[in-house]
Design a protein around this ligand. Structure first.
Ligand code: GLC
Length: 739
């Protein structure tokens, strides 16, 4: 009887789901049949609102008319319950009343600014990262936004590239886990819930491999690199249910992504079965002409739609030429209809046909944008994103012992910089907590703060040095807050020199020459080079850009209220000359010890091969011991799994978190393999003296790679397991064979 009931219930569920699907498909086909050619093209046209304007003049009068004619399917840079409601009302005046989509770059927070994505990646805390995206989605959806152009999942191994700030760093495995967490955070309980936004995996694909780290530059990589390094985070986002993809600006192996059918159709649709929407990046369709792929804008429209790019963001190529191309049969009606179906399907899933105004609720907007819990979470996530790079003689944490603390540097009092690039620009930066404000709120009663700016961020002017030296001379300890400005990273912010800008390192030298403890807090949206400081500072914190609660988070870490647990998601080079430098490199035929001398090995004569700081590196105020590595066997069949366990102990005096990292190396295979690859990590939180066992499972997927014929799978052979707290510090090692 039970089996019959179960069968009937599951049949009912399947029928309900297919009824829903059927009604979705029927609805879309029925609507499509009613649409004119111009109305179909209109759904593929996306325009931006006026960044600087607010209120009803956010959108030009001309575009309002275009909306009423059904010639615009989506807008970006328009948000606010009232503004979106007003524009949706214009859309309801169109013949078929097809609602607008509202999109925004909600990259790291909306009203409350969260740490930049590269900072959050340093937390290695997938729960925190998902929560960060959830907070952003809750606020953005309350402000009428349906769709965010995030997460950016581009793997980046070149810190000269300004957009490294927007991603999850250099590693494919970590980047894939974070891509999943961010998509889940943004989309929450699912597309259509009013506290969720549709996520967008961008920039498809391999944008982070721009030659010389120069933004928008050519990408020319092997198919192996494309599939091994750059595509997996996009597949991870797709497996997590991401609703949209965005094409990348770059030329990929001769075919710019926005006109690249191999990417947008063969991989995305045929191989990965993606059913969502593909939007071009800003003006990227029109850019196919300067790329030299297309003769003119009409040709660009032809190639982009036939490659599989559904929506034209701001190049107006589809709006001007697509109808003619269809009439001339250069573009089939089927191709056009498929693109329109993808857009209508997204609007249907959002529930906008039932209620076009469901996201434009002024009362909810007011409530969610003032939710105090969001700031509290922002501080917690910011604390987890800070990386302790150095702490000689236990300089940190601070205590009541330090009665006079000098705060010196161009970023001590900055509020605007704390938001980092790609933050939503509100009328004021007043609500961002500066480092100075964070310290004022945190210092013990009898401690006083002394302050001198010392110099500007990027200047040759040293006139402030004397005052800074005098100030430091009066203090027990000096904290120097140095780095880039927030505008030095992000889009179109590539640099040939990633050292500490201006005269900042000279100022550090001056202060250090006083012979007192110097703590350096470094802020930037990329790894910088600072070898003198690395060698001579007593302690160094790397804080990236931490958002609204920056000052409070840094002060709490300095005083040990939160024991820093961050680990670098990207390699820090000693010099720009080492770039590209990343941990999962190949061994070469002449692997070389880390000596800068003539060795006829793969090395430099003027620098060690090793980085300043390695991927996965980060210190704590306590210490951890790794022991008792155990494997369930020393061999396995490809169909089997191997259980790996080890013990981590807190051998210090403070409670702390450690990110236990599992790396593997395939010692030899039909294609060369990296000397190590991250294949697992777990964060453990231990009290002083406490130990815990950490378990990993090695399976076929863990060991698979693209063989000499680019076929994915595992080969018999010898594998090495390495476990530790950094890619260059894996005290536990063992080998096993796949037979
Ligand atoms: C930009 C960026 C992209 C962003 C889009 C819309 O040029 O490349 O990441 O989502 O335009 O602002």
């Amino acid at each position: 009887m039970k089996k019959i009931l179960l069968f009937l219930f599951s049949t009912l569920l399947i029928n309900m789901a297919s009824a829903q699907k059927l009604s979705e498909d029927m609805f879309i086909e029925n609507l499509l049949k009613q649409m004119t050619l111009e109305e179909k093209v209109g759904q593929l046209n996306q325009y931006s609102g006026n960044w600087k304007a607010t209120g009803p003049n956010k959108v030009s009068a001309n575009n309002v008319q275009e909306i009423e004619k059904g010639h615009i399917g989506s807008m970006l840079n328009v948000f606010g319950a009232d503004v979106t409601r007003a524009l949706q009302e214009h859309a309801m005046k169109s013949r078929l009343k097809i609602p607008l989509l509202f999109a925004q770059d909600v990259i790291h927070g909306f009203r409350v600014t969260l740490p930049v994505p590269l900072a959050e990646a340093a937390s290695w805390d997938l729960t925190a990262i998902e929560k960060s995206a959830r907070i952003a989605a809750t606020e953005a959806s309350a402000a009428g936004i349906h769709w965010t152009f995030a997460p950016m999942v581009d793997i980046a191994r070149d810190p000269r590239w300004g957009r490294v700030v927007e991603g999850a760093g250099e590693d494919t495995y970590l980047g894939s886990q974070i891509a999943k967490a961010r998509v889940k955070g943004f989309q929450g309980e699912g597309i259509g819930h009013t506290n969720s936004v549709v996520a967008c995996a961008k920039h498809f694909a391999a944008y982070g491999a721009a030659m010389a780290g120069r933004d928008y530059n050519t990408v020319d990589i092997s198919r192996r690199s494309l599939w091994e390094t750059y595509l997996p985070p996009f597949k991870a986002a797709l497996d997590a249910g991401v609703g949209t993809f965005m094409t990348s600006f770059n030329d990929l192996n001769g075919i710019p992504s926005t006109g690249n059918r191999y990417l947008l159709h063969d991989i995305l649709r045929d191989k990965w079965h993606f059913k969502g929407v593909v939007v071009s990046d800003w003006g990227a369709i029109r850019e196919l002409v300067p790329h030299g792929l297309c003769k003119d804008d009409k040709d660009a429209a032809l190639k982009a739609i036939n490659a599989g790019c559904d929506i034209d963001m701001e190049s107006n190529c589809y709006n001007r030429y697509l109808a003619d191309l269809v009439k001339a049969k250069a573009v089939s009606e089927e191709t056009l209809d498929n693109a329109v179906r993808n857009v209508l399907r997204l609007k249907y899933k959002l529930g906008l046909f039932d209620d076009p105004f469901k996201f434009s609720n002024a009362e909810r907007e007011k409530r969610e944008l003032a939710n105090p819990d969001h700031k509290k979470s922002a501080k917690e996530i910011a604390e987890k994103s800070i990386v302790l790079l150095k702490n000689d003689h236990e300089t940190l944490p601070l205590s009541a012992k330090q009665k006079n603390i000098a705060l010196i540097g161009p970023l001590v009092k900055s509020k605007a910089d704390m938001k980092g690039p790609w933050a939503i620009q509100w009328d004021t930066d007043d609500d961002l907590i500066s480092f100075y404000e964070g310290m004022e709120a945190r210092i013990p009663q009898k401690t006083s703060l002394l302050y001198a700016k010392g110099c500007d961020i990027n200047t040759t002017d040293k006139s402030g040095f004397d005052e800074a030296v005098e100030t430091a001379a009066k203090a027990d300890i000096t904290i120097m807050v140095m780095g880039e400005s927030f505008e030095m990273s992000g889009e179109a912010r590539s640099k040939t020199d990633i050292s500490l800008p201006g005269v900042q390192e000279e100022l550090i030298k001056k202060i250090k020459s006083l012979g007192k403890p110097v703590v350096v807090v470094l802020m930037a949206g990329r790894p910088m080079t600072f070898s003198w400081t690395a060698e001579h500072a007593d302690a160094i914190l790397y804080t990236w850009w931490l958002g609204s609660e920056a000052g409070n988070a840094i002060a709490n870490v300095l005083y040990g209220d939160y024991n820093p647990s961050g680990k670098l998601p990207i390699t820090f080079p000693r010099s720009v000359g080492q770039i590209p430098i990343f941990y999962n490199a190949k061994n070469t035929g002449r692997p070389t010890p880390d000596e800068n001398k003539i060795s006829y090995g793969s090395a430099y004569i003027d620098s060690p091969n090793s980085p300043q700081y390695a991927f996965g590196y980060g210190l704590s105020y306590t210490s951890f011991k790794y022991s008792d590595l155990k494997l369930s066997s020393n061999q396995m069949l490809p169909s089997e799994t191997l259980r790996v366990s080890c013990v981590i102990s807190n051998t210090g005096k403070k409670k702390g978190e450690e990110t236990v990292q599992l790396y593997i190396r395939d010692m030899y295979a039909s294609a060369t393999r990296p000397v190590k690859e991250l294949k697992g990590f777990q964060k453990v939180d231990l009290a002083p003296g406490q130990s815990t066992t950490v378990n990993f499972i090695i399976d076929k997927e863990t060991l698979s790679f693209y063989n000499q014929d680019m076929k994915w799978g595992v080969e018999p052979g010898t594998f090495k397991i390495m476990i530790g707290g950094a890619s260059n510090n894996t005290p536990l090692e063992a080998q096993f064979d796949v037979i």
